[in-house]
Design a protein around this ligand. Structure first.
Ligand code: NAP
Length: 337
């Protein structure tokens, strides 16, 4: 394990922002964790990086960046109905989805093509097209950076919420996730509640879609709407979809009959942040080398040599204009460093 000094992390973040880290290390084996953290004990500033697809670096990083590359996908148990799959936190998320599809293990096919690593998935409880990680989550293993020891978290302890968990709140930056175990179904368990998925199934005249057909449909929807970070720097949705009160929703609905709201478990209404941005006239808008993506306003893109600060300023302008026009405060989904 080699600690590198003063290196550019442009290739390690999907925004393609060119900042430097004064220390950088690739973690490929959890047996090195004790050694690594004893040797960097005096460095307070540490950042655990997965796929770099949910982070915006706004300046050089003065500390150590640990790129989590912990490998392995393993079936560790099963019964008649379920399998337990333990995966190294550094594995690419879609690689795990492909493994589950190949083996006909249901539960994460709707989460196809979400960028990032398996270790990052529980931190924000990734979700898409009617499915959330928490619904298939069993447990995760971590290394406690405060006490230099391993600790396992059961589902309840993770305090999952909408794109949220304990690892974004009180335990932010405290634990390095080493592996995640999911409980996937051996029996068909299709979730086809979202309109774009239903429409595509109807268009293709499929009666009972297979796990691979669902994954393919979702991959196609995502590819048609979202920019490929290898071609255009971005980190997917920049903001969370806000949840507002029923009163506020009805007010908005009165003035805008094209708004769509979805009632949540806590009796609020979830609305589309992309729709709000679009209504403010910022869909496809460009300032310098930053733009809101022309097909999905919620995605901010680096169209050239934008700095992290340029992207942050652009995002702040969006927040301001949405607040003025709708009285709604957008919150970042991505990590600002
Ligand atoms: P979208 O499909 O335009 O949906 C916009 C909003 O409406 C979201 O809040 C979505 O809730 C909600 N919604 C749509 N249909 C719904 C239904 N039938 N029942 C309940 N709620 C419904 O969103 P998008 O921006 O194009 O993204 C597509 C999907 O990918 C969404 O599910 C989105 O959440 C997901 N996504 C996830 C991540 C992540 O995990 N980091 C990043 C980007 C996009 P939900 O958000 O609960 O789905």
């Amino acid at each position: 394990m080699q600690i590198q000094k003063n290196i550019s992390i442009k290739q390690f973040n999907t925004f393609g922002v060119d900042v430097k880290a004064n220390l950088f290390v690739e973690l490929k084996n959890e047996n090195f964790l004790n050694e690594l953290f004893s040797s960097v004990n005096e460095i307070p500033n540490r950042f655990i990086l997965g796929g770099g697809s949910n982070v915006l670096f706004t300046k050089d990083f003065n500390g150590i960046i640990i790129k989590n590359l912990l490998p392995g996908i393993e079936k560790i148990g099963e019964d008649n109905n379920f399998v337990f799959i333990k995966t190294g936190a550094g594995v690419n998320w879609h690689k795990l989805v492909k493994y589950s599809i190949k083996n006909n293990y249901w539960g994460i096919e709707n989460l196809s093509l979400i960028p990032g690593t398996v270790g990052a998935a529980p931190i924000q409880n990734i979700g898409a097209y009617g499915q959330e990680l928490k619904n298939v989550f069993h447990q995760l293993e971590t290394f406690d950076l405060q006490n230099n020891q391993f600790k396992t978290f059961a589902k309840d302890e993770c305090k999952f919420g909408y794109r949220d968990s304990i690892f974004k709140k009180e335990f932010k930056n405290r634990f390095l996730i080493t592996s995640v175990t999911l409980k996937l179904s051996k029996k068909e368990d299709a979730i086809l509640t979202y309109q774009p998925v239903k429409e595509e199934i109807d268009r293709l005249k499929i009666n009972k879609p297979s796990i691979s057909q669902i994954s393919e449909i979702i991959c196609n929807i995502r590819r048609s709407k979202l920019p490929d970070p290898n071609k255009l720097g971005n980190a997917g949705s920049f903001f969370k979809n806000p949840e507002i009160t029923e009163k506020k929703y009805l007010e908005l609905k009165k003035a805008n009959n094209d708004i769509k709201g979805f009632k949540t478990e806590n009796n609020k209404y979830k609305i589309s942040a992309g729709w709000l941005i679009e209504k403010c006239g910022w869909k496809g808008k460009r300032v310098g080398d930053v733009s809101s993506f022309e097909k999905q306003a919620l995605v901010l893109v680096n169209v050239g040599k934008a700095t992290g600060k340029d992207i942050l300023d652009f995002a702040e302008s969006i927040k301001e204009i949405v607040k003025v026009k709708f009285g709604i405060e957008l919150k970042e989904e991505i990590n600002i460093v």
